[in-house]
Design a protein around this ligand. Structure first.
Ligand SMILES: [Zn+2]
Length: 350
Protein backbone atom coordinates (compact mmCIF):
# COMPACT_ATOMS: atom_id res chain seq x y z
CA UNK A 1 0.00 0.00 0.00
CA UNK A 2 2.87 2.31 0.87
CA UNK A 3 4.28 1.65 -2.60
CA UNK A 4 1.00 2.66 -4.22
CA UNK A 5 1.04 5.96 -2.34
CA UNK A 6 4.64 6.52 -3.43
CA UNK A 7 3.70 5.93 -7.05
CA UNK A 8 0.83 8.41 -6.78
CA UNK A 9 3.06 11.07 -5.26
CA UNK A 10 5.64 10.43 -7.97
CA UNK A 11 2.98 10.86 -10.65
CA UNK A 12 1.80 14.15 -9.15
CA UNK A 13 5.37 15.44 -8.92
CA UNK A 14 6.07 14.56 -12.54
CA UNK A 15 2.78 16.15 -13.64
CA UNK A 16 4.11 19.51 -12.47
CA UNK A 17 6.63 19.57 -15.33
CA UNK A 18 5.02 17.71 -18.21
CA UNK A 19 7.16 19.33 -20.92
CA UNK A 20 10.55 18.75 -19.31
CA UNK A 21 12.73 16.51 -21.51
CA UNK A 22 13.00 13.00 -20.14
CA UNK A 23 16.52 11.63 -20.03
CA UNK A 24 16.91 8.17 -21.56
CA UNK A 25 20.21 6.30 -21.56
CA UNK A 26 19.92 3.73 -24.33
CA UNK A 27 22.23 0.70 -24.55
CA UNK A 28 22.54 -0.60 -28.12
CA UNK A 29 24.54 -3.28 -29.90
CA UNK A 30 24.42 -7.04 -30.42
CA UNK A 31 22.58 -9.36 -28.07
CA UNK A 32 24.56 -11.53 -25.59
CA UNK A 33 26.93 -8.66 -24.92
CA UNK A 34 26.24 -8.32 -21.20
CA UNK A 35 23.64 -5.56 -21.43
CA UNK A 36 21.32 -7.07 -18.81
CA UNK A 37 24.07 -7.16 -16.19
CA UNK A 38 25.07 -3.63 -17.14
CA UNK A 39 21.45 -2.41 -16.93
CA UNK A 40 21.02 -4.09 -13.52
CA UNK A 41 24.12 -2.41 -12.13
CA UNK A 42 23.24 1.00 -13.58
CA UNK A 43 19.75 0.64 -12.10
CA UNK A 44 21.22 0.64 -8.58
CA UNK A 45 21.74 4.43 -8.79
CA UNK A 46 19.07 6.18 -6.75
CA UNK A 47 18.04 8.54 -9.57
CA UNK A 48 17.65 5.77 -12.12
CA UNK A 49 15.08 3.24 -13.22
CA UNK A 50 16.54 0.45 -15.36
CA UNK A 51 13.81 -0.94 -17.59
CA UNK A 52 15.58 -3.74 -19.46
CA UNK A 53 14.31 -4.56 -22.93
CA UNK A 54 11.38 -2.19 -22.80
CA UNK A 55 10.37 -3.00 -26.35
CA UNK A 56 8.90 -6.30 -25.09
CA UNK A 57 6.53 -4.54 -22.71
CA UNK A 58 4.36 -3.53 -25.65
CA UNK A 59 4.14 -6.89 -27.34
CA UNK A 60 0.72 -8.47 -26.93
CA UNK A 61 1.85 -12.05 -26.21
CA UNK A 62 4.76 -10.97 -24.02
CA UNK A 63 2.94 -11.24 -20.68
CA UNK A 64 2.50 -14.97 -21.25
CA UNK A 65 6.21 -15.46 -21.88
CA UNK A 66 8.17 -12.92 -19.85
CA UNK A 67 8.48 -12.02 -16.19
CA UNK A 68 9.78 -8.84 -14.61
CA UNK A 69 13.11 -9.25 -12.77
CA UNK A 70 11.18 -8.78 -9.49
CA UNK A 71 9.61 -12.19 -10.21
CA UNK A 72 6.12 -10.92 -10.98
CA UNK A 73 4.35 -11.09 -14.31
CA UNK A 74 4.10 -7.94 -16.39
CA UNK A 75 0.55 -7.25 -15.28
CA UNK A 76 1.13 -8.14 -11.60
CA UNK A 77 4.34 -6.12 -11.17
CA UNK A 78 3.38 -2.89 -9.44
CA UNK A 79 5.82 -0.78 -11.44
CA UNK A 80 4.79 -2.07 -14.87
CA UNK A 81 1.12 -2.10 -13.99
CA UNK A 82 1.42 1.57 -12.98
CA UNK A 83 3.32 2.40 -16.19
CA UNK A 84 0.72 0.72 -18.40
CA UNK A 85 -2.15 2.50 -16.63
CA UNK A 86 -0.41 5.86 -16.99
CA UNK A 87 0.43 5.17 -20.65
CA UNK A 88 -3.24 4.47 -21.35
CA UNK A 89 -4.21 7.74 -19.66
CA UNK A 90 -1.66 9.70 -21.70
CA UNK A 91 -2.47 8.12 -25.06
CA UNK A 92 -6.18 7.42 -24.59
CA UNK A 93 -5.50 3.84 -25.76
CA UNK A 94 -6.69 0.87 -23.75
CA UNK A 95 -4.96 -1.66 -25.98
CA UNK A 96 -1.31 -1.97 -27.02
CA UNK A 97 -2.10 -3.58 -30.39
CA UNK A 98 -1.70 -0.37 -32.36
CA UNK A 99 1.56 0.53 -30.61
CA UNK A 100 2.91 -2.93 -31.37
CA UNK A 101 2.03 -2.44 -35.06
CA UNK A 102 3.84 0.90 -35.18
CA UNK A 103 6.90 -0.50 -33.42
CA UNK A 104 7.05 -3.36 -35.93
CA UNK A 105 6.70 -0.98 -38.86
CA UNK A 106 9.44 1.41 -37.75
CA UNK A 107 11.90 -0.46 -35.56
CA UNK A 108 11.85 -4.17 -36.37
CA UNK A 109 15.33 -5.21 -37.49
CA UNK A 110 14.92 -7.59 -40.41
CA UNK A 111 17.03 -8.43 -43.43
CA UNK A 112 19.10 -5.30 -44.10
CA UNK A 113 16.63 -2.98 -42.30
CA UNK A 114 16.93 -0.49 -45.18
CA UNK A 115 13.18 0.41 -45.45
CA UNK A 116 12.93 0.80 -41.68
CA UNK A 117 16.08 2.94 -41.52
CA UNK A 118 14.69 5.31 -44.18
CA UNK A 119 11.24 5.49 -42.63
CA UNK A 120 12.91 6.74 -39.46
CA UNK A 121 13.65 10.30 -40.52
CA UNK A 122 12.72 13.75 -39.31
CA UNK A 123 9.86 15.18 -41.34
CA UNK A 124 8.55 11.80 -42.50
CA UNK A 125 4.99 12.80 -43.63
CA UNK A 126 3.51 9.35 -42.87
CA UNK A 127 0.79 9.96 -40.21
CA UNK A 128 1.86 6.66 -38.64
CA UNK A 129 5.25 8.18 -37.93
CA UNK A 130 3.84 11.15 -36.01
CA UNK A 131 1.62 8.79 -34.03
CA UNK A 132 4.57 6.49 -33.34
CA UNK A 133 6.60 9.39 -31.91
CA UNK A 134 3.66 10.53 -29.79
CA UNK A 135 3.11 7.09 -28.30
CA UNK A 136 6.85 6.62 -27.75
CA UNK A 137 7.08 9.92 -25.84
CA UNK A 138 4.09 8.77 -23.76
CA UNK A 139 5.93 5.55 -22.87
CA UNK A 140 8.81 7.40 -21.22
CA UNK A 141 6.51 9.98 -19.67
CA UNK A 142 4.53 7.12 -18.13
CA UNK A 143 7.70 5.55 -16.71
CA UNK A 144 8.89 8.88 -15.29
CA UNK A 145 5.46 9.57 -13.80
CA UNK A 146 4.96 6.12 -12.31
CA UNK A 147 8.45 5.78 -10.81
CA UNK A 148 9.43 9.38 -10.06
CA UNK A 149 12.95 8.65 -11.40
CA UNK A 150 14.72 11.30 -13.46
CA UNK A 151 16.79 8.99 -15.66
CA UNK A 152 15.54 5.92 -17.54
CA UNK A 153 18.08 3.30 -18.61
CA UNK A 154 16.96 0.97 -21.35
CA UNK A 155 18.85 -1.97 -22.82
CA UNK A 156 16.63 -2.99 -25.73
CA UNK A 157 19.84 -2.93 -27.84
CA UNK A 158 17.96 -2.53 -31.12
CA UNK A 159 19.74 0.35 -32.96
CA UNK A 160 16.59 1.24 -34.95
CA UNK A 161 14.82 1.91 -31.67
CA UNK A 162 17.78 4.11 -30.67
CA UNK A 163 17.21 6.11 -33.86
CA UNK A 164 13.50 6.38 -33.12
CA UNK A 165 14.22 7.73 -29.63
CA UNK A 166 16.68 10.30 -31.02
CA UNK A 167 13.89 11.56 -33.30
CA UNK A 168 11.24 11.68 -30.55
CA UNK A 169 10.54 15.22 -29.29
CA UNK A 170 10.75 15.60 -25.52
CA UNK A 171 13.41 12.93 -24.98
CA UNK A 172 16.98 13.72 -23.98
CA UNK A 173 18.72 10.62 -25.34
CA UNK A 174 22.20 9.48 -24.37
CA UNK A 175 23.64 6.55 -26.36
CA UNK A 176 25.82 3.73 -25.09
CA UNK A 177 27.15 1.39 -27.78
CA UNK A 178 28.07 -1.84 -26.00
CA UNK A 179 30.50 -4.15 -27.80
CA UNK A 180 31.63 -7.62 -26.80
CA UNK A 181 34.16 -9.78 -28.66
CA UNK A 182 32.25 -11.48 -31.53
CA UNK A 183 33.65 -14.83 -30.42
CA UNK A 184 32.09 -14.39 -26.96
CA UNK A 185 28.78 -13.48 -28.59
CA UNK A 186 29.02 -16.47 -30.95
CA UNK A 187 29.80 -18.84 -28.08
CA UNK A 188 26.85 -17.52 -26.07
CA UNK A 189 24.53 -17.96 -29.07
CA UNK A 190 25.70 -21.55 -29.53
CA UNK A 191 24.13 -22.57 -26.22
CA UNK A 192 20.56 -23.89 -26.37
CA UNK A 193 18.03 -22.99 -23.65
CA UNK A 194 14.68 -24.58 -22.87
CA UNK A 195 11.67 -22.31 -22.43
CA UNK A 196 11.11 -21.27 -18.80
CA UNK A 197 9.10 -18.19 -17.88
CA UNK A 198 10.35 -18.28 -14.26
CA UNK A 199 13.91 -18.83 -15.47
CA UNK A 200 13.72 -15.79 -17.74
CA UNK A 201 13.73 -17.74 -21.04
CA UNK A 202 10.59 -16.76 -23.00
CA UNK A 203 10.90 -19.49 -25.63
CA UNK A 204 13.08 -22.43 -26.61
CA UNK A 205 16.36 -21.00 -27.86
CA UNK A 206 18.11 -23.03 -30.53
CA UNK A 207 21.88 -22.85 -31.01
CA UNK A 208 22.95 -20.45 -33.76
CA UNK A 209 25.71 -21.37 -36.22
CA UNK A 210 28.96 -19.45 -35.91
CA UNK A 211 28.75 -17.76 -39.33
CA UNK A 212 25.20 -16.50 -38.63
CA UNK A 213 26.34 -15.05 -35.30
CA UNK A 214 29.33 -13.35 -36.92
CA UNK A 215 27.02 -11.74 -39.53
CA UNK A 216 24.54 -10.70 -36.85
CA UNK A 217 27.32 -9.17 -34.73
CA UNK A 218 28.70 -7.20 -37.68
CA UNK A 219 25.24 -5.95 -38.65
CA UNK A 220 24.11 -4.81 -35.20
CA UNK A 221 27.40 -3.05 -34.53
CA UNK A 222 27.33 -1.41 -37.96
CA UNK A 223 23.81 -0.07 -37.31
CA UNK A 224 24.82 1.13 -33.84
CA UNK A 225 27.73 3.05 -35.35
CA UNK A 226 25.39 4.57 -37.94
CA UNK A 227 23.06 5.84 -35.20
CA UNK A 228 25.95 7.55 -33.43
CA UNK A 229 27.12 9.10 -36.71
CA UNK A 230 23.59 10.28 -37.56
CA UNK A 231 23.16 12.06 -34.22
CA UNK A 232 26.58 13.55 -33.44
CA UNK A 233 25.06 16.08 -31.02
CA UNK A 234 23.62 13.34 -28.84
CA UNK A 235 26.04 12.49 -26.00
CA UNK A 236 27.32 8.98 -26.62
CA UNK A 237 30.05 6.51 -25.87
CA UNK A 238 31.26 3.11 -26.94
CA UNK A 239 32.12 0.69 -24.17
CA UNK A 240 33.37 -2.89 -24.17
CA UNK A 241 32.08 -5.81 -22.14
CA UNK A 242 35.64 -6.98 -21.45
CA UNK A 243 36.61 -3.60 -19.96
CA UNK A 244 33.40 -3.47 -17.96
CA UNK A 245 33.99 -6.81 -16.22
CA UNK A 246 37.67 -6.15 -15.51
CA UNK A 247 37.63 -2.42 -14.66
CA UNK A 248 33.97 -1.60 -13.98
CA UNK A 249 34.86 1.64 -12.21
CA UNK A 250 36.30 3.06 -15.43
CA UNK A 251 33.34 1.95 -17.58
CA UNK A 252 30.81 3.28 -15.05
CA UNK A 253 32.69 6.59 -14.96
CA UNK A 254 32.46 6.85 -18.76
CA UNK A 255 28.75 5.98 -18.80
CA UNK A 256 28.20 8.40 -15.90
CA UNK A 257 29.79 11.22 -17.91
CA UNK A 258 27.47 10.53 -20.84
CA UNK A 259 24.40 10.03 -18.63
CA UNK A 260 25.14 12.99 -16.32
CA UNK A 261 25.25 10.71 -13.27
CA UNK A 262 27.86 10.06 -10.60
CA UNK A 263 28.48 6.32 -10.34
CA UNK A 264 31.30 6.48 -7.78
CA UNK A 265 29.23 4.99 -4.95
CA UNK A 266 28.02 2.11 -7.15
CA UNK A 267 31.60 1.45 -8.31
CA UNK A 268 32.79 1.31 -4.71
CA UNK A 269 30.07 -1.19 -3.87
CA UNK A 270 30.92 -3.31 -6.90
CA UNK A 271 34.60 -3.40 -6.00
CA UNK A 272 33.75 -4.78 -2.55
CA UNK A 273 31.81 -7.59 -4.26
CA UNK A 274 28.43 -6.33 -3.02
CA UNK A 275 25.47 -7.87 -4.89
CA UNK A 276 23.33 -5.58 -7.02
CA UNK A 277 19.54 -5.50 -6.59
CA UNK A 278 17.66 -6.84 -9.65
CA UNK A 279 15.11 -3.99 -9.86
CA UNK A 280 12.30 -4.20 -12.41
CA UNK A 281 13.98 -5.09 -15.68
CA UNK A 282 11.48 -6.36 -18.20
CA UNK A 283 12.72 -9.07 -20.60
CA UNK A 284 16.40 -9.60 -21.39
CA UNK A 285 18.94 -12.19 -20.31
CA UNK A 286 17.84 -14.89 -17.86
CA UNK A 287 20.34 -13.63 -15.21
CA UNK A 288 17.92 -10.84 -14.31
CA UNK A 289 15.50 -13.33 -12.71
CA UNK A 290 18.17 -14.99 -10.53
CA UNK A 291 18.03 -12.41 -7.72
CA UNK A 292 20.83 -10.01 -6.72
CA UNK A 293 23.77 -10.33 -9.11
CA UNK A 294 27.52 -10.01 -8.78
CA UNK A 295 29.74 -8.90 -11.61
CA UNK A 296 31.95 -11.64 -13.00
CA UNK A 297 33.89 -12.03 -16.19
CA UNK A 298 32.65 -14.63 -18.68
CA UNK A 299 35.49 -15.46 -21.04
CA UNK A 300 34.55 -19.15 -21.39
CA UNK A 301 34.68 -18.87 -25.18
CA UNK A 302 38.50 -18.67 -25.07
CA UNK A 303 38.53 -22.31 -23.89
CA UNK A 304 35.22 -23.67 -25.17
CA UNK A 305 35.21 -22.54 -28.80
CA UNK A 306 37.08 -24.96 -31.05
CA UNK A 307 40.10 -23.53 -32.96
CA UNK A 308 38.26 -23.76 -36.30
CA UNK A 309 35.27 -21.89 -34.82
CA UNK A 310 37.56 -19.13 -33.57
CA UNK A 311 39.27 -18.97 -36.97
CA UNK A 312 35.94 -18.74 -38.83
CA UNK A 313 34.67 -15.92 -36.63
CA UNK A 314 37.95 -14.06 -37.08
CA UNK A 315 37.86 -14.63 -40.83
CA UNK A 316 34.35 -13.12 -41.05
CA UNK A 317 34.51 -10.40 -38.41
CA UNK A 318 38.24 -9.92 -37.79
CA UNK A 319 38.46 -6.62 -39.69
CA UNK A 320 35.89 -5.05 -37.37
CA UNK A 321 37.20 -6.82 -34.25
CA UNK A 322 40.65 -5.40 -35.00
CA UNK A 323 39.14 -1.93 -35.41
CA UNK A 324 37.57 -2.29 -31.98
CA UNK A 325 40.93 -3.23 -30.46
CA UNK A 326 40.52 -7.01 -30.18
CA UNK A 327 43.33 -9.40 -31.03
CA UNK A 328 43.19 -12.68 -32.90
CA UNK A 329 44.95 -14.39 -30.00
CA UNK A 330 43.51 -12.63 -26.98
CA UNK A 331 45.67 -12.05 -23.97
CA UNK A 332 44.66 -10.26 -20.81
CA UNK A 333 42.96 -7.02 -21.77
CA UNK A 334 45.23 -4.31 -20.53
CA UNK A 335 44.10 -1.32 -22.51
CA UNK A 336 40.71 0.33 -22.55
CA UNK A 337 38.76 -0.12 -25.79
CA UNK A 338 36.31 2.63 -24.98
CA UNK A 339 35.94 5.95 -26.67
CA UNK A 340 33.50 8.76 -26.29
CA UNK A 341 32.18 11.35 -28.68
CA UNK A 342 33.95 14.10 -26.81
CA UNK A 343 37.40 12.55 -27.11
CA UNK A 344 37.24 10.93 -30.53
CA UNK A 345 40.04 13.16 -31.68
CA UNK A 346 42.26 12.15 -28.79
CA UNK A 347 41.78 8.41 -28.80
CA UNK A 348 41.80 6.24 -31.87
CA UNK A 349 38.91 3.84 -32.33
CA UNK A 350 41.37 1.28 -33.65
ZN1 LIG B 1 8.68 -5.79 -11.37
Amino acid sequence: MAELTDLKIAAETADARPDAPIRVVYVMGAGRSGSTVLDTILNNHEDVIGVGELVHLFIDGSAQKENCSCGETRDACQVWHGVRERWSELTGLSSITEHERLMTKFTRVQRLAIPEWHRLRAGNPDPDFAECLKQTRATYQAIADATGKRVIIESSKNPLRAKLLCLTPGLDVRLVHLVRDARGVAWSRMKPFAKSKEGGVPQDIKPKPIHISAGYWLFMNFLSEQVRKSFPDQPSTRIHYEDFVTTPEQTLKEIGEVAGLDYTAISDRLLTGAPMAPGHLYAGNRVRTAGPIKLRSDMAWTEKLRPNQKRLTWLLAGHKLRQYGYQELPTTLTESHSETVSDDSLRSAA
